[in-house]
Design a protein around this ligand. Sequence first.
Ligand code: ZN
Length: 465
Amino acid sequence: MSLRLYDTKTRSVRGFEPLDPPKVTVYLCGDTVYAPPHIGHARSKVIFDVLWRWLERSGHDVVFARNITDVDDKIFVRAAEEGVPWWQVGQRVIHQMERAYDVLGLRPPTVEPLVTGHITQMIELIQQLIDRGHAYASGGDVYFDVRSLSEYGALSGQQPDQMVKTEKTDPDRPKRDPLDFALWKGSRPGEPSWPAPWGPGRPGWHLGCSAMATTYLGPTFDIHGGGTDIVFPHHENELAQSRGVGDRFARYWLHNGLLNLGAQKMSKSIGNTLLITELVKRWRPVELRYYLVAPHYRSTVEYAEEALDKAAAAYRRIEGFVTRAVEVAGAVPAASDVPAAFRDAMDDDLGTPQALAVVHAAVREGNAALAAGDKEAIDRLLGELRAMLDVLGLDPLAEPWAEQAGAGDGCCDALGKLVDVTLEQRRLARARKDYATADALRDGLAAAGVVVEDTPNGPRWSLGR
Ligand code: ZN
């Protein structure tokens, strides 16, 4: 079996054949930078990071583009609230976003284009659409003429007459049809603008992605991704713009289900607790990543702290085996291939729940091998586990998790030595039957977030919550 993916446009699971193997080109709609990312933003990023790793493990060379929308109404509103220039909000949030995604072990995209860096390409695209009769200027704006493209609606599977009108009509800038969407927004007071043949202004949101995707990946590319919330109108409109100039555009459309933040998102103050920077104070980044990888990517997930706790516990079972196995077998490198059952699960539309079931079966087998002292089995299982966990970005012995666990970091080295000194004091206290001191040392470590577990091989410690 080889990779099959659910394609939104054909509404079917299709065998994946790249346009130009072994190269695979992927475009993922990135964030609008008006506020730092919360866990809902991170879900899509982690899912497509796993897709990237799986494509690579399957022998492909991936070119991964993820844009940054740095011109948008939400950014202007935020800047006005803060009394700072619009670009200052965007730049700040870009840095916050990059840090947050680094923390979750996301690979930096091959290319991360900004809207502001591609205005020239966007103006060219609009001009081509006007020349081909798919767009028209009106009062300084330029609109896409939805009725001029017979296939409009093909991606989201809707007829234009049934569509929800998502943009208001300005009487000074009349549209031919209420569904027509802005390619160019004529300059308005307090907003940035760039010169253009039909008057100064700025690009519409949908236009940016068409221009940036084709700039880096060409007129036809393999996979276009995003959340189900942007199938319509965003992706429908991207497709219309690119089809309007004769481009094939994406060959497969992948959409991840949403992480529903429910009531939590309603309140702004509670909403802040769902920022990546806040969540990593309560769960380790690798545990957050496990939580995001575990459900199937097309499922809708209701945010719940209990589920995060369960994910953390599940990850610790994996990590527990890996730690013990390394003590017995050393840091066995990842196996050159993953077990067939894991491969089948991932090839079946990225079936991460089934893939993780294979991982946990290996952990159970590994624990049995540890109990039996079967070093050969421990070696094999550790290598297989590392190969599987690498695909999911969850290998405790690989970057960035190995680093976060203490290897090579001066601060963590010092912490490790301090913990070792404290544990030695505790051992001596116990040896002289001074249990009050021994317990006080252990409680002191616990208060500092160091969890001590007594094992037949002596105490083992880890950084808990
Ligand atoms: Zn987009």
